[in-house]
Design a protein around this ligand. Structure first.
Ligand SMILES: Cc1ncc(COP(=O)(O)O)c(C=O)c1O
Length: 396
């Protein structure tokens, strides 16, 4: 018996790969600061559970394949706050942004079709594209340039007659890079000229810091027929386990066809949708508070990183990640050293090596991704441990 070539081509998550070594460190009594995974520590707003507690139906029935109307209406009102107008027919509720992406690729790609994405990128895109028989084609970006990619030549150089779509994750995971509305317009123009879909992964939409405004590809009506917005409650509302995401597009042909895939999996958890409907009703002040918290953490992480001689990193504008080049030749070896040989007062630290976020072999070996999902004091200590670890590692 044989397995599929597709599953053979998939990879294990580079974010979770080192967990067994971290567990050994913990078993040996070390405290490990986990800066490796995008699981926020911010409390999920009470309205989620309150809505579920007062849900009175006697039967937890299937929901509509496109989603519960109360959630769709709540999402429509949420977007109105940014002057973006969607209707129920434009929205399909999915099991997280992950399912929205899988369904999108299944609906767009034929075997061998290509999808452009700036690397380093959220690694699960490999899995989403491979599931649909497609291939990720990376647009390589650099730490020295703040991982920016919105340049015509750089994007067009990667377009072939198999290119079907360009994915834009903004604010970005793992880089924290945020596209401006002008950059989105440029990508819109390129997509129009080359007849590409734009997959706008905006699961971190509100997490844009300093004087950056919240942006969305949905703010560009001239490209509405080729834009597919991917959204989620996971990060915005710190509700990763609720598994509620959204697939949104004004393109009727796409929406009516992707509905076949949605119907095939029946629906998303009815109860979680009830809770999510309450989350999307939260006032703007909620986002301001959460944003201020993450922005403070970013500043602390950046300040501490800049104390490490040889680190290359520009201050990222959004999300809750930072990717940086470290003055070590192999970041994976360095991480193993941190977990198995190093400690400072019984404490050590874990991050995600960035190599797995690249599609081009050999890139990212000297880069790491930090998720700033712990409080400021813990983040400061975590990055201090990286600094002390580098000193010890390079002295060996
Ligand atoms: C850029 C990006 N897109 C999509 C997802 C998928 O998240 P979920 O399926 O929890 O909505 C993540 C999760 O980390 C992400 O970082």
């Amino acid at each position: 018996m044989k397995l599929s070539e597709k599953v053979g081509a998939m990879q294990f998550s580079p974010i979770r790969k080192f967990n067994p070594i971290a567990q050994k460190a913990k078993d040996a009594g070390k405290k490990v600061y986990h800066l490796n995974i995008g699981q926020p520590d911010v409390e999920t707003p009470d309205v989620f559970m309150d809505a579920i507690r007062t849900y009175e139906n006697k039967v937890i029935a299937y929901a509509e394949s496109g989603g519960l109307p109360i959630l769709q209406e709540s999402v429509i009102d949420y977007f109105k706050q940014y002057d973006i107008n969607f209707e129920k027919k434009d929205i399909i509720v999915t099991a997280g942004g992950s399912e929205a992406l899988t369904m999108t690729f299944i609906s767009l790609l034929n075997p061998g079709d290509e999808v452009l994405i700036a690397e380093p990128f959220y690694t699960n895109y490999h899995t989403f594209a491979t599931t649909a028989g497609g291939k990720v084609v990376p647009i390589t970006t650099k730490a020295e340039e703040g991982y920016h990619y919105a340049k015509r030549e750089q994007i067009e150089a990667k377009i072939t007659d198999r290119t079907k779509a360009i994915v834009c994750i903004t604010p970005g995971n793992p880089t924290g890079t945020v596209l401006t509305l002008d950059e989105m317009k440029l990508i819109g123009e390129i997509a129009k000229e080359h007849d590409l879909w734009i997959i706008a992964d905006e699961v971190y939409r509100e997490f844009a810091y300093d004087d950056r405004k919240v942006t969305s590809f949905a703010m560009l009506p001239e490209y509405a027929d080729r834009v597919i917005v991917i959204d989620s409650v996971s990060k915005r509302f710190s509700a990763c386990g609720a598994r509620i995401g959204l697939l949104i597009s004004k393109n009727e042909e796409f929406m009516s066809n992707v509905m076949k895939v949605a119907q095939g999996r029946l629906c998303v958890s009815t109860v979680d949708q009830v809770g999510a409907a309450a989350l999307f009703k939260l006032p703007m002040s909620y986002y301001d508070e959460v944003k201020a918290e993450y922005c403070g953490r970013r500043d602390v992480v950046y300040e501490e990183l800049m104390k490490i001689p040889g680190v290359v990193c520009q201050k990222p504008g959004g999300a809750f990640y930072m990717t940086a080049k470290l003055p070590v030749d192999n970041v994976e070896d360095f991480l193993i050293f941190l977990l198995s040989e190093f400690d400072d007062n019984g404490e050590t630290v874990m991050f995600a090596p960035a190599e797995g976020f690249y599609a081009t072999p050999g890139l990212g070996k000297d880069e790491m991704r930090i998720a700033y999902v712990l409080n400021q004091a813990d983040m400061r200590r975590g990055v201090e441990l990286i600094r002390l670890g580098i000193e010890a590692y390079n002295k060996r």
